[in-house]
Design a protein around this ligand. Structure first.
Ligand code: F3S
Length: 108
């Protein structure tokens, strides 16, 4: 599967969803997650993300390995729904784009 990492938190640019051939992204309040049962590992979403939040699971940076389980967990959250069309990013996306350690901000 592919995995959305912490870089997405509080940005949520959503360019990724426009190119996904299997509509495997779900949108939450301040993050998008990938359904690991739907993702076909095509990788077309990777270059679309302005903050490089998406990785193939086997290529995840060491400090983002926890995000595989979090992506899978959020698929089951009632606050996450399928998103297939790009929308405006979150209002403070620019301020958050370069930040790291955003996990405490994640709304599940
Ligand atoms: Fe998030 Fe990047 Fe998609 S910020 S919503 S993974 S384009």
């Amino acid at each position: 599967t592919h995995v959305v990492t912490e870089a997405c938190i509080n940005c949520k640019y959503t360019d990724c969803v426009d190119v996904c051939p299997v509509d495997c992204f779900l949108e939450g309040p301040n993050f998008l997650t990938i359904d690991p049962d739907e993702c076909i590992d095509c990788a077309v979403c990777i270059p679309e993300c302005p903050v490089n939040a998406i990785y193939a699971e086997e290529d995840l940076p060491k400090d983002q390995l926890h995000m595989t389980a979090i992506n899978a967990e959020l698929v089951k959250s009632p606050n996450y729904k399928t998103l297939t069309k790009r929308k405006e990013p979150l209002p403070d996306h620019e301020a958050w784009a370069d930040k790291t350690g955003k996990l405490p901000e994640l709304k599940r």
